[in-house]
Design a protein around this ligand. Structure first.
Ligand code: NAP
Length: 279
């Protein structure tokens, strides 16, 4: 059984960006909007800023109170849209319940939308594929990068994606389809997930439920990509029961140290891409 080590993949991407950034006269700038004080969001933003620092990208954090109104938040987004010194904008999710994530994501200027999440970019990506947009959704790209680096064949394979969110599950399913897999998507209303997962040559799980996928749910020698992050105190667990999986599967990403670091590296790559395209 092979461990698909995300840290190794992330290092290669980060080193490449670092080299390119070191040749620039001006450093690319990523602005991160953080609303409220969700502890997990604080950790994610800190990690993203550390990665920026490592590769030479300048990061700016705009921290806003959780009681900010949607209108006030839109004003903040617009300031960043207008600011010629900002190359890329990301809004850390989740937002407080009284604010529409869709409205805020759609307010981010298309050319600064570092996660490809506003409707115009995501629409192009969905309809015409990754070549039609400046940058693609980061977690989906991270999954594809891991498969590429570890030389896992996609064309002609049966892939199952558990989870169907716009940010993670949907774009992963699209990229796997575009790369020649036959894809099944499972979600909250799927009656018996195991029927599907047992059929998967490539199984990607992005739900947010600790060990949802366990014993008896894997195809022998499958490749398993565990996107889930579930925090219990200081410990982090995936959506896949690693101990159960390792007896059967051919390759698997660990949690932590799998998709997470590659997603952050993809954010660095996307920031660099937007900087280059907006010069
Ligand atoms: P989300 O928006 O809550 O979506 C969860 C998806 O899982 C939904 O499509 C939902 O189905 C489905 N689902 C819920 N319960 C299910 C069940 N019992 N069986 C099958 N499907 C079920 O979450 P997300 O933003 O996509 O994130 C998913 C996980 O990935 C989270 O743990 C998150 O922290 C993690 N994540 C990790 C990274 C990384 O870099 N590693 C990046 C982003 C997110 P419905 O559509 O029917 O509601």
């Amino acid at each position: 059984m092979e461990i698909l080590d995300g840290k190794v993949v992330a290092n290669v991407i980060n080193e490449n960006i670092k080299k390119k950034v070191s040749l620039l006269e001006r450093r690319p700038v990523l602005a991160i909007i953080l609303v409220g004080d969700n502890p997990a969001s604080n950790i994610y933003v800190k990690k993203k800023r550390e990665a920026c620092n490592e590769v030479g990208i300048k990061s700016i954090q705009i921290s806003l109170n959780s009681d900010i109104s949607e209108e006030e938040l839109l004003v903040e987004v617009d300031k960043l849209n207008q600011d010629l010194n900002i190359d890329a904008i990301m809004v850390q999710m989740p937002l407080p319940k009284h604010i529409s994530e869709k409205v805020v994501l759609d307010a981010v200027a298309a050319k600064k939308d570092v996660e490809c999440l506003n409707s115009s970019n995501f629409g192009k990506f969905s309809e015409y594929g990754e070549d039609s947009v400046a940058v693609s959704p980061v977690t989906a790209m991270a999954v594809m990068k891991i498969l590429e680096v570890y030389d896992i064949e996609i064309e002609g394979k049966n892939a199952v994606v558990v989870g169907n969110s716009n940010i993670v599950g949907k774009p992963i399913a699209m990229l796997l389809t575009d790369n020649g897999a036959t894809v099944t998507v499972c979600h909250n209303k799927t009656k018996d997930i195991a029927i599907h997962t047992r059929w998967a040559d490539i199984l990607v799980v992005a739900v947010g439920k600790k060990h949802l996928i366990g014993k008896g749910m894997f195809k022998k020698n499958a490749t398993v990509i565990d996107v889930g992050i579930n925090r219990e105190g200081k410990k982090i667990f995936g959506d896949v029961d690693f101990e159960a999986a390792k007896e059967v599967v051919g390759a698997i990403t660990p949690v932590p140290g799998g998709v997470g670091p590659v997603t952050v590296a993809m954010l660095m790559k996307n920031t660099f891409e937007l900087f280059s395209k907006n010069l």
